[in-house]
Write a protein that binds this ligand. Structure first.
Ligand code: 2P0
Length: 344
């Protein structure tokens, strides 16, 4: 009996310059490059065991055996690694999601980044992190960026081989993020479906692609200069433009709810009241994320909780890149999970 084991942790990330649209659905090649901030507070731990006694891949999330559909997604992802390395055995995948339900954050970014690193570790695959991100990308586009910490760029590239993420800056200069989790229900329109519909029908879409490239260039310059306010302005502007493409799709749709708009109003009100810089961004869901200075976070949270329920206001500092865990770390992670640590 032979077993090959890999365990890894990866954190979620929030895009400041959004990935919105694919030019190749099968290869997960994006229409535009994107840039994100990795968050310390939310992560996924994953253990992969290739085991020659298994007769099929098995996938457990938070100790629950997953449906055939979910299993297949994982199997297809593992096939990429099997094809690359010549590995022939099946694997058991165990994932623990430390993304609180209340955060209402998508966990596919941390999930596929952790799975990619755990699988590469199990199979002894010696490739760079950048190259590993081209594997992660085939599970979920945004997971490319979760392999790295701080500010991370996913370069759209010219082909599957060079559409990869790379670190830009460790974000260790007084950066924080507040999550206004106004609605934690399952999203009605999956991001994959929403972006495809937008690419196909929004007359604004070409302008999105064009201006996202410019925003990316400018935000990288602002990060290099540690110009927080410029980074924030570009973040807010870019996010709003992404959502304008859904409103201009045909038929139109939006990820926002009345609570989203109320939270946005609260951000505008609080930044005016306190005179502090704070910039909002929204993803393929109703929640609002606020980029701020870490040193202003407490005051902003106090201000925001005057308008929103306390339990909806969560915070995070920048997180590090994905890393491997030891067996002892994995035991500890399971302990934290079963004690009901922050998870869904
Ligand atoms: C992002 N989003 O850059 C953008 C902004 C949502 C809005 O990446 O189809 O789950 O798996 O590649 O990565 C969410 O989309 O999509 C996303 P797939 P993914 O964070």
């Amino acid at each position: 009996m032979s077993k090959k084991v890999g365990i890894a942790r990866a954190h979620t990330n929030i895009a400041l310059i959004k990935y919105w649209g694919k030019r190749d659905k099968d290869l997960f090649l994006p229409m535009n490059s994107s840039l994100s901030l990795t968050l310390d507070a939310f992560y996924t731990d994953t253990k992969v065991v290739f085991d020659d006694s298994l007769t099929a891949d098995e996938f457990y999330l938070n100790h629950q055996k997953q449906s055939e559909k979910e299993n297949q997604k994982i199997s297809q992802f593992l096939n990429l690694f099997r094809e690359y390395t010549g590995e022939r055995t099946y694997a058991r995948v165990d994932s623990l999601n430390f993304v609180p339900t209340a955060a209402g954050l998508a966990s596919s970014a941390s999930a596929f980044a952790a799975l990619a690193l755990a699988t590469a570790t199990a199979l002894g695959l010696e490739i760079s992190r950048e190259e590993l991100s081209t594997f992660a990308r085939r599970g979920s586009g945004s997971s490319t960026r979760s392999l790295f910490g701080g500010f991370v760029e996913w370069d759209m590239g010219t082909s599957s081989a060079d559409s990869m993420a790379h670190p830009i800056d460790d974000a260790s200069w007084d950066i924080g993020m507040i999550i206004l989790a106004v609605d934690t229900g399952k999203k009605k329109i999956a991001s994959r479906v929403g972006m495809e519909h937008t690419v196909q029908t929004s007359p604004f879409y070409p302008m999105w692609v064009e201006t996202a490239a410019q925003d990316l260039k400018e935000i990288k310059a602002a990060i290099a200069q540690r110009d927080f306010e410029r980074v924030g302005q570009l973040t807010e502007h870019n996010g709003m433009k992404m959502h304008a493409t859904t409103l201009s799709a045909n038929p139109p749709f939006t990820y926002w709810t009345a609570d989203t708009v109320r939270a946005q109003d609260a951000v505008r009100q609080v930044r005016e009241d306190l005179g502090l810089p704070a910039y909002m961004t929204m993803d393929a869901g109703p929640n609002v994320k606020v980029l701020c200075r870490a040193s202003d976070m407490e005051r902003l949270v106090n201000g925001l909780t005057e308008y929103l329920p306390t339990e909806q206001v969560l915070t995070s500092l920048p997180g590090c890149g994905a890393y491997t865990l030891s067996d002892a770390d994995w035991q500890e992670s399971q302990g934290t999970f079963s004690r009901g640590g922050d998870h869904d």
